[in-house]
Design a protein around this ligand. Structure first.
Ligand code: 6PG
Ligand code: NI
Length: 185
């Protein structure tokens, strides 16, 4: 049945939506093949398999013509110097999406298979993901990084694309911040 109009409250500081829908937890073991240093990834899985990020959805369904949203919170951490991040994906039908940064300091890494783009994401920034750009979020700050995503309900998530093509750059923590480094499988 179609859903009726309703209000969603969000708390930027706590990074929560209310009413809430399903929450997804991604642990280190869910990020196989994504960090450059496979041994360091494996060691982190063995050492408690920490939660890297959570995605809390609103009750709007992921269905065609709907416009669902979710808040992602990425913990602060590094794996062999690489900043903790989302898996990253391509929308199979190349639909666009917007992200609104809520808390902490992050970045939005985008790759279209050829060109790489990086957007600094701090509270108040809307990052626009154009059709056809794979996207990954990265926590480059000292606290959890949260953002709200709004996307077409029929967009879908193709994670295989990123495993096959990479994301163009990797993001490493440095002494006084972070650095984008070229991708080497
Ligand atoms: C989406 C959004 C966003 C994303 C999460 C987790 O299309 O739904 O881009 O909600 O799914 O930030 O990132 P991964 O889906 O790459 O794990
Ligand atoms: Ni997306």
């Amino acid at each position: 049945p179609p859903i009726s109009p309703f209000a969603i409250r969000f708390d930027a500081e706590a990074a929560t939506l209310s009413p809430e829908g399903p929450t997804l937890e991604r642990r280190m073991s869910d990020l196989e093949g994504l960090f450059a240093d496979h041994d360091a990834w494996q060691a982190a899985v063995a050492d408690g398999d920490p939660v890297v990020y959570r995605v809390q959805s609103s009750p709007v369904p992921e269905a065609d013509r709907e416009l669902p949203q979710s808040i992602t919170t990425i913990e602060r951490g590094t794996t062999a110097g690489e900043c903790w991040m989302t898996k990253g994906h391509q929308h199979p039908n190349h639909q666009g999406e917007i992200y609104l940064a809520l808390h902490g300091t992050g970045g939005l890494l985008m790759f279209d298979g050829d060109r790489v783009e990086w957007l600094d994401m701090t509270p108040g920034t809307i990052g626009y993901i154009p059709p056809g750009w794979a996207h990954r979020s990265v926590n480059v700050g000292d606290e959890p990084y949260s953002f709200l995503a709004v996307y077409p309900g029929g967009a879908g998530h193709d994670y295989g694309w990123v495993l096959e093509h990479g994301m163009g750059n990797r993001i490493h923590r440095t002494g006084d911040g972070f650095a984008l480094r070229p991708y080497s499988a």
